[in-house]
Design a binder for this molecule. Structure first.
Ligand code: ZL4
Ligand code: CA
Ligand code: ZN
Length: 395
């Protein structure tokens, strides 16, 4: 050692293919893959690539995808285009495509886009399985709503389920944690009948008034007597406007005992950045350091960790959060003033955009702030209710 380099406490790998950035869901669609370009540029501007193993990932193959998805659905994804969608009306309906909502449009390059983000999560999981990485990161993944034969909520392929299937080859138990503002329904459904995957989602819940409408506190896996997966789905439904202090308290109070008692061999953390204050679709008031608190908390348990992205609809803040969380993984402290040479630095400048800082207050001086409808007494009861499930776990 020359005194400059120091041994890394964790081997961190970054899995990415920049082609994913070039895709467009269509005019004014909230999901903007170019937020990943902004994220990557912040990460490079702080020099974090020197503290990680950087991998350029390939597209997932159909055989890899068929480990979870239906062949018929995959064939449809491969064939559908904006022009032939109408001819495929029947299949489109069956696979929850296009339609009124336009949540999951058949855009040009969609099949490549979905295979790219899935390939990155699969590759990241393989690195963890082989013991080559302690923490593997794929910010282009985290598309938690996709089903076996169903697109949903901007998600076409479920890269998280595919990654967990790889982790299950060597780990008896995998814990999935989801801090996206939406419920992680696709991952929960995929593993509802096994106790080898525990799913834990924190989200806004308002029944049919907030997508996807599932994730009530009593939704803990089908309660059939012979279902080993019963009690292995945990949900933390929240009201609008939750603040930093409440969220950190809640996350620690629930995730702590869950990790201790479930004792997973590996953890997957979906870091959807739409739980931040000022998000275009989200309803919470979290700041970047609180979002990162969840990453740090899980990292400290020392288990193999897969970090994936997810939602996040105010691109400059998505980039800030995921850059900060990349730094937490490698153990770097970043200065608050963004480097002068960040490309598109204007996107981060000005009072409304965070004043050229990495950690601006996302409360926006009260302007875009959601009224906090969570009270501490209710949150206490919620914690008790969620933790009741742990008493039914065997072993
Ligand atoms: C849009 O402006 O709540 C899609 C979606 C497209 C472009 C123009 C089309 C106009 C907001 C959302 C039609 C818009 C109709 N365009 C939107 C019940 C809904 C039906 C669709 O973060 N309308 C459906 C999905 C959610 C619904 C959230 C979160 C993903 C994740 C992981 C998925 N769907 C009501 C909304 C627009 C659009 C503007 C939109 N869709 C906002 N919320 C939804 O968890 C990545
Ligand atoms: Ca969630
Ligand atoms: Zn979301």
């Amino acid at each position: 050692a020359n005194g400059i380099e120091r041994p890394r406490d964790y081997v961190v790998s970054f899995h990415y293919n920049a082609k994913v950035e070039e895709h467009h869901f269509g005019r004014s669609h909230p999901m903007k893959p170019w937020r990943l370009q902004l994220t990557k540029q912040l990460i490079l501007s702080y020099g974090l690539e020197y503290a990680m193993d950087m991998y350029k990932t390939r597209m997932a193959t159909s055989d890899e995808l068929a480990l979870f998805h239906d062949r018929e659905y995959l064939d449809f994804l491969a064939e559908v285009t904006p022009t032939n969608l109408l001819e495929k009306e029947k299949a489109a309906g069956k696979f929850n495509f296009g339609g009124e909502s336009n949540d999951c449009p058949a855009f040009d390059g969609m099949w490549d886009y979905a295979r790219l983000y899935s390939g990155a999560s699969i590759h990241a999981a393989e690195r963890l399985v082989n013991g080559q990485s302690d923490i593997a990161i794929n910010w282009s993944g985290g598309l938690h709503h996709a089903g076996k034969s169903r697109a949903s909520g901007f998600c076409y392929l479920n890269d998280i389920v595919l990654a967990i299937l790889h982790l299950l080859k060597v780990h008896q138990r995998v814990l999935y944690i989801d801090i996206d503002v939406h419920h992680g329904d696709g991952v929960q459904d995929a593993f509802h009948s096994t106790d080898r995957v525990l799913t834990l989602s924190y989200h806004k819940y308002a029944g049919n008034d907030f997508f996807p409408g599932t994730g009530g506190v009593d939704e803990n896996g089908p309660a059939e007597p012979d279902n080993p997966g019963a009690r292995y789905s945990l949900n933390v439904p929240l009201e609008d406007g939750i603040d930093d202090e409440q969220y950190e308290w809640l996350f620690e109070m629930i995730t702590g005992p869950v990790i201790e008692q479930y004792n997973p061999g590996a953890i997957v953390l979906q870091c959807g950045a739409d739980s931040l204050g000022g998000d275009r679709l989200g309803k919470f008031n979290l700041n970047i350091r609180t979002h990162g608190f969840c990453v740090e908390f899980v990292k400290k348990t020392g288990r193999p960790l897969l970090l994936v992205g997810g939602g996040g609809y105010t691109p400059r803040n998505v980039a800030r959060a995921w850059c900060h969380e990349t730094a937490l993984c490698v153990g770097a402290d970043l200065i608050d003033e963004l480097p002068m040479h960040v490309p598109y630095r204007q996107a981060f400048e000005g009072e409304a955009n965070g004043d050229g800082k990495l950690y601006p207050s996302l409360h926006n001086n009260g302007v875009n702030r959601h009224v906090n409808r969570n009270n501490n007494a209710e949150l206490k009861k919620l914690v008790a209710k969620v933790l009741t499930n742990l008493r039914y776990w065997k072993g």
